[in-house]
Design a protein. Structure first.
Length: 402
């Protein structure tokens, strides 16, 4: 990092954790320490010629915050620097990122392949929205490479996947699926929300576009919604994705970008602490007599443990807990908790727990619930930043009452 340009530091030689603190920063003429919040919709010009020039030379300066905003650009550049992406755009929510990343590249007659185990709104976009526009969607068992191979034996425009998936924690073999997808002509869009940018780097396994719900770990403190689309290739981002976003306007607010930018500074510390605590909690729950099964990527009992070890550097903070009982026992356990909060959000510094069958996934049909293992005794736990022993004691007490 060069001392000579404190307003516009070059962070390319820094280690990843340092990039999270200094990446993307552009200081103003006031030389502020903390990143400035440019809470503005538009920008002014010193002359008519300057305005003419700004529109003639796209991207040469800021013209309107739907296209680009200096605070949002700091957030986008910081994450792109960390992730190894050439292009990034921040959106108002994770779903705006999923929608923009997918629909910007699709037309009537195209074909999309995705695993059945997806976050409910991602599933809606691939199944319902795509079909409204005459785009064929094909679903596979994301853990079965033979099904991927079969589905990708025909020309395909896009593959959309989550790994690990929400809430099934199914893991997709990124390297193998990206190879099959590219052979079929498809762009691979990976939703990396559960793994976080800290624990899994989809670009290194061949993904073309990575999206985040920044609402989750990137903010990580329950303050705002946000999303990001990152493209490995600048040209794909600026030629295909950017026109779609610029003209449809799923833009993030500068204030939310500022929160997320500051959230990035502690992202590695938080995710590593939460991931270590989640492993402890998973081991405790796995040996609990009222628990039938715990799904956690870094437990040797996870069906894809070897694959997890190959493509993730930690297990993350999310657990699926299948109780031996059904809905009654699951509700009793939730109602017996004192510290862990009942909430459908995740990735927060506060430990949060939800009953997917009656909340996040209540709109699925019975068959879809069976296919996605959204069982009456399933609880989804997001491990926070509290002392892991307090989380374990709270769960132990609540399970005793279940
Ligand atoms: C939460 C979530 C989303 C949606 O993000 P929002 O910020 O709530 O719009 C998309 N994908 C996954 C895997 C998620 O967990």
């Amino acid at each position: 990092m060069s001392r000579t340009d404190h307003r516009n530091p070059n962070v390319s030689g820094l280690r990843p954790r340092s990039k999270l603190v200094h990446g993307g920063i552009r200081r103003s003429q006031f030389d502020e320490t903390c990143e400035a919040l440019y809470q503005t919709s538009g920008f002014v010009y010193g002359s008519a010629e300057e305005a003419e020039n700004a529109f003639a030379n796209d991207g040469s300066r800021h013209v309107y915050s739907r296209f680009r905003n200096p605070t949002s650009a700091m957030f986008e550049d910081r994450l792109a620097e960390y992730e190894g992406a050439e292009w990034a755009y921040a959106t108002s929510s994770g779903m705006a990122a999923v929608h923009g990343a997918l629909m910007s590249g699709l037309r009537t007659g195209d074909r999309v392949v995705a695993p059945r185990s997806l976050f409910i709104s991602c599933y809606w976009i691939v199944k319902e929205l795509c079909s409204r526009f005459g785009i064929e969607s094909v679903f596979v068992d994301g853990t079965d490479l033979a099904e991927w191979e079969e589905a990708l034996s025909k020309p395909t425009k896009a593959v959309f996947l989550e790994t690990p998936s929400n809430p099934g924690l199914e893991v997709v073999d990124l390297e193998a699926v990206c190879k099959l997808a590219h052979a079929a002509g498809a762009v691979v869009v990976a939703d990396n929300a559960f793994a976080t940018p800290v624990l899994q780097r989809p670009f290194e396994f061949g993904a073309d576009v990575v999206i985040y719900s920044a609402t989750k770990h990137i903010d990580g403190q329950g303050r705002c919604l946000g999303g990001v689309i990152l493209a490995k290739d600048r040209k794909y981002g600026s030629d295909v994705i950017h026109p779609f976003l610029r003209h449809t306007g799923p833009t993030i607010s500068p204030f939310n970008s500022w929160l997320l930018l500051k959230g990035m500074e502690t992202l590695e510390l938080r995710v590593h602490a939460q991931s270590a605590a989640a492993l402890q909690v998973a081991e405790f729950l796995e040996s609990h007599p009222k628990v039938a099964q715990v799904l956690y990527p870094l437990l040797p009992s996870h069906p894809q443990y070897d694959l997890v070890r190959k493509q993730m550097t930690g297990g993350g903070n999310m657990l699926s807990v299948f109780l031996k009982g059904g809905k009654t026992e699951a509700f009793n356990a939730l109602n017996g908790l004192r510290m862990v909060m009942i909430s459908n959000n995740l990735g927060d510094s506060k430990s949060l727990i939800t009953h997917p069958a009656t909340t996040t996934h209540s709109k699925l049909t019975d068959e879809e619930k069976v296919a996605a293992r959204i069982e009456p005794g399933l609880l989804r736990l997001s491990v926070g930043l509290e002392d892991p022993q307090d989380i374990i004691e709270d769960l132990d007490r609540a399970l005793a009452e279940a």
